[in-house]
Design a protein around this ligand. Structure first.
Ligand code: ATP
Ligand code: MG
Length: 423
């Protein structure tokens, strides 16, 4: 079961509801009981008085001995005519209201004759009203009190939970030297929650440590073969090579440098430490585009597609070479991969670029999904993992760039990257 209210508010609501039900029930009970008992008592008293009038006073020729608030009426005795408003009352006890005044009436019918005693009951009314006011005030005070107590209790109960939540949110909790949480809490439900967090954090720390070791092992082990490649390139450059061979050698050299940068960048991105990436911004969009066009243009044309690299307007910004290359390369690789006929184009604009193709396009419902890791669309083919666009998205988020996708008419897709979205 889910509730939209925070836990503390639910505690207060439970307190107040409980008070409303219990106190409300008691208050109504008190008012009802007092009302019934009063009626019974008054009815009994009037009956006794009427008995005394009919059996003692009148037979002895005396006037009815009644107090000033009580009147006697009879349909048989001419000196005590029954007022019209009392004429049709049922036998027994009734209440009659006459303007501001209220009367208790006791009616008896003997041999077809009616005898009535009417007693003004304003005093009872006042007493009842006072009782009602007191009960209502008590009820309101009880609800207010329960709200106050509920709030204080909720704060007290929730304080350790909120404290635990704050501690869990803190980043240091993942550092190997972070002290365990559980000893700071009593052995209750919150303590058990803290123990559960300790155990989860322990597993997380272990897997982070394993990944850290893997990262450093990979960097360490890659460094040796990459150094070998770089040194071999240097030696080869000194030997007599023709122009074509020199060019190929430079490409190998450049590729090994890129590999070093990429390995470092992607491993840091994978560990969520994007802020540690060296974001030197030295390269122009056109420079990156030229390199990528040379590489991907050849492959795209090899596949029998038309490739165009168009500069619509000049961009004067400078960007991180590794990251921009990676974004552009992934988009061009996808365009090549998912286009069977027609063309692929890279268009440079002021503040961004777009990669367009004449492939099958992407269903509009998938436009957000394809940027999630390990998600492959309906056009998926080959051995991809569904990671390319998620990496592109993370790089864009880190650099403050913006990537959008839309379909082209009659077919194809367009990925647009804004390198200065706020400009
Ligand atoms: N230019 C495109 N045309 C049509 N569909 C595309 C295009 N680019 C991406 N997609 C769709 O988006 C999905 C996700 O792309 P992404 O690059 O993240 O993964 P992938 O290409 O499947 O695998 P990987 O990049 O990991 O090798 C693809 O599986 C494909 O369905
Ligand atoms: Mg891809």
């Amino acid at each position: 079961m889910t509730s939209k209210h925070p836990l503390a508010r639910r505690i207060v609501i439970a307190f107040v509801l409980m008070t409303v039900i219990v106190c409300g029930g008691f208050s109504l009970g008190i008012v009802a009981v007092v009302h019934i008992v009063e009626q019974r008592l008054v009815s009994e008293a009037l009956r006794h008085q009427l008995d005394a009038v009919l059996q003692q006073d009148l037979p002895q020729g005396r006037l009815p001995r009644l107090d000033s608030s009580t009147r006697f009426y009879s349909s048989k005795l001419p000196g005590y005519p029954i007022p019209e408003s009392y004429a049709d009352l049922n036998e027994g006890f009734s209440e009659v209201f006459d303007g501001d005044r209220a009367f208790h009436i006791y009616t008896r019918v003997t041999d077809g004759d009616r005898y009535l005693l009417a007693q003004e009951q304003s005093e009872f009314e006042n007493r009842e009203q006072a009782l009602f006011n007191t009960t209502l005030a008590g009820f309101v005070l009880a609800v207010l009190g329960s709200w106050l107590i509920g709030r204080t209790m909720a704060r007290k109960v929730m304080a350790p939970v909120s404290h635990l939540a704050r501690q869990v949110r803190r980043q240091e909790q993942l550092s190997p030297s972070a002290p365990p949480l559980a000893p700071k809490y009593p052995d209750d439900e919150v303590g058990q929650l803290a123990t559960a967090f300790d155990s989860t954090f322990g597993k997380l720390r272990q897997s982070l440590e394993r990944e850290r070791l893997f990262t450093s092992d990979v960097s360490h082990e890659l460094r040796t073969p990459l150094t070998v490649i770089a040194t071999s390139c240097e030696i080869l450059q000194q030997s007599t090579l023709d122009d074509r061979q020199q060019e190929l050698l430079q490409r190998v050299n450049r590729a090994s440098e890129e590999m070093q940068e990429l390995a470092q960048t992607f491993l840091l991105l994978a560990r969520g430490q994007a802020d540690q990436i060296d974001v030197s911004v030295t390269t122009r969009l056109a420079q990156v585009a030229e390199r990528q066009c040379a590489h991907w243009g050849a492959l795209i044309r090899e596949k029998g597609l038309d490739f165009r690299c168009v500069t619509e307007s000049h961009d004067d910004g400078r960007y991180n070479d590794t990251l921009l290359s990676s974004v552009m390369a992934n988009l061009l690789r996808n365009a090549l991969h998912y286009t069977d006929h027609g063309h692929v184009s890279l268009t440079l604009e002021a503040g961004g670029f777009r990669v367009e193709d004449s492939g099958a396009g992407i269903p509009s419902g998938q436009h957000d999904l394809i940027f999630q890791p390990f998600v492959r669309g309906p056009q998926a083919r080959g051995e991809g993992l569904g990671l390319g666009l998620s990496l592109v998205k993370r790089i864009c988020a880190h650099q403050g760039w913006q990537i959008t996708v839309h379909n082209l008419y009659p077919q194809g897709s367009c990925f647009r990257v804004w390198l200065k979205p706020n400009a």
